[in-house]
Ligand binder design. Structure first.
Ligand SMILES: *[C@@H]1O[C@H](CO)[C@@H](O)[C@H](O)[C@H]1NC(C)=O
Ligand SMILES: *[C@@H]1O[C@H](CO)[C@@H](O)[C@H](O)[C@H]1NC(C)=O
Length: 473
């Protein structure tokens, strides 16, 4: 009797020690976010944030959101925002992360189409100087090459913090200028034989062609949507697109016309000013610091060269009152001291966290990605390359990216076909997919602007599931 009780107690003690040990192991990570201001819901996943410290006194801020189910084996998916120098926390709060923020920047609401339903999501604010990321000596220099190198080093640090995830399939995703970051980071990982289980990349409305979008494809898209007159379109093409030797007829660069005066004089007759990020959305971009600063910094001169009136342009020049548009308070939220404390973020150098744009050397045009993507596929055997585009965007338009994929020179595999969410025949048609050999594909997302996970969250989640091989579009 007595000894049974003793054994029972001993076992119980052992169990307590064991459980305590397990908890200790689990909470050892000081980066765990234990509570978030403004969040009422109980979460069924864990999250971590803090810094990935790399050489030269660089500290990249990361936010890691575990998968809702089986995080130990789920793929790890990195998201890189565009800009360049845009914060990936924009995607976390506005596109594919677990929460959205109310207009006041106080309350968080769960996102039913968060990508962490399927995968472990890693958001890194890159390059250094973006968002909460910083450098000790504050002497910033980032370009396409240094960003790729730093991003790889940051990933190595990430897997040092989370060694149990090193074996998991790894994917790199992102949008816009991440069309440069993503292939170059993949190349950096593969060429240095870094111990990362890289399986594929997914690029949304990417800056892939290295021409900054001053292409004919932008006004071709407007013509296709009935937003410019035929007569003015033809006059514009004639005035601007005298073909230089060997230049394809459909790839006229409006920034460098043979006769600049003549090109400028030919005015497009378009409908009212358009939202460059989504031609059918009167709001997005006007009410958001990310989109307006990105526009001012990188896109205004492009659209001027093209002769296209945008809402962003008229907004910044006329200083109109903001339209009544849905607002996200992510910027106020991230500038709340209690939030910064909860996510282990340091106060940024300029005292304010801002979404766009961190320091970037833009004296050179962005690096064209054709050769790099071919190398990823042919030399390193990367198994999955998805280029997806919302078709209402003229910042990185789908025609240019579809042509980019087609020009890579791979065999088409089957015809251009429609896809749906989970293949339901009665489901909505989400868009079209063109498959090529060797795991390359172009995916069109119908009715979406520049930020696909924001405009078409359900479709975007499906594109992710296809990328990681859970479904086939
Ligand atoms: C980035 O800067 C480094 C250092 O100055 C230089 O070697 C490299 O060529 C630059 N890369 C690009 C794409 O301009
Ligand atoms: C450029 O176009 C303008 C306006 O059409 C014209 O007056 C001028 O002669 C052209 N210049 C050249 C070098 O062809």
């Amino acid at each position: 009797m007595y000894s049974t009780k003793l054994i029972y107690n001993l076992l119980l003690l052992q169990l307590v020690i064991c459980v305590t040990y397990l908890i200790a192991v689990d909470t050892n990570n000081e980066d765990e976010i234990t509570a978030l201001p403004g969040l009422k819901d109980k979460l069924n996943f864990k999250q971590y944030s803090g810094y990935l410290n790399i050489p030269d006194g660089k500290h990249l801020f990361y936010w890691f959101v575990e998968c809702e189910t089986n995080p130990a084996d789920a793929p790890v998916v990195l998201w890189l925002q565009g800009g360049p120098g845009g914060s990936s926390l924009f995607a976390l709060f506005v596109e594919n992360g677990p929460f959205s923020v109310d207009a006041a920047g106080k309350t968080l609401k769960l996102n039913p189409y968060s990508w962490n339903r399927e995968v472990n999501m890693l958001y890194i604010e890159a390059p250094v100087g973006t968002g909460f990321s910083y450098k000790d000596d504050k002497n910033y220099f980032n370009n396409d090459t240094t960003s790729a190198a730093d991003n790889r080093l940051a990933l190595v640090e990430f897997f040092k913090k989370y060694p149990n995830l090193q074996k998991n399939p790894f994917y790199i995703t992102g949008e816009s200028y991440a069309g440069v970051y993503i292939p170059m980071l993949a190349q950096e990982i593969l060429s240095t034989k870094t111990d990362i289980n890289l399986k594929g990349i997914g690029i949304g409305n990417g800056a892939l062609t290295g021409r900054d979008g001053t292409d004919q494809s932008v006004i071709d898209l407007l013509l296709g949507h009935g937003l410019v007159t035929i007569e003015s379109y033809e006059r514009k093409i004639e005035a601007c697109c005298q073909c230089a030797d060997g230049q394809p007829v459909n790839e006229c660069v409006f920034a460098k016309p043979v006769n600049a005066t003549k090109c400028k004089q030919a005015k497009l007759d378009q409908t009212d000013a358009l939202n460059a990020y989504n031609i059918y959305d009167d709001c997005g971009g006007l009410n958001d610091a990310y989109l307006s600063s990105m526009y001012d910094q990188y896109h205004s001169s492009r659209f001027e060269a093209l002769g296209i009136q945008t809402l962003q342009q008229s907004y910044s020049s006329s200083n109109n009152n903001k339209l009544i548009c849905p607002q996200s308070g992510y910027s106020d939220y991230l500038n709340t001291p209690a939030v910064q404390l909860a996510i282990h973020a340091r106060k940024p150098d300029k005292n304010q966290w801002y979404v766009c744009c961190g320091p970037y050397d833009f004296t050179h045009a962005s690096t064209p990605q054709h050769d790099i993507v071919r190398e990823l596929i042919d030399k390193y055997g990367l198994k999955r390359v998805t280029v997806y585009n919302g078709d209402f965007d003229i910042v990185c338009d789908f025609i240019d990216d579809q042509r980019f994929v087609d020009n890579l020179g791979y065999q088409r595999d089957g015809h251009y076909k429609e896809w749906t969410v989970d293949g339901k025949s009665d489901g909505i048609i989400c868009g079209y997919v063109e498959r090529y050999e060797k795991g390359l594909q172009f995916v069109l997302v119908r009715g979406s602007g520049h930020m696909v996970p924001k405009d078409k969250p359900e479709a975007a989640l499906q594109v992710l599931k296809d990328l990681i091989g859970v479904v086939k579009l």
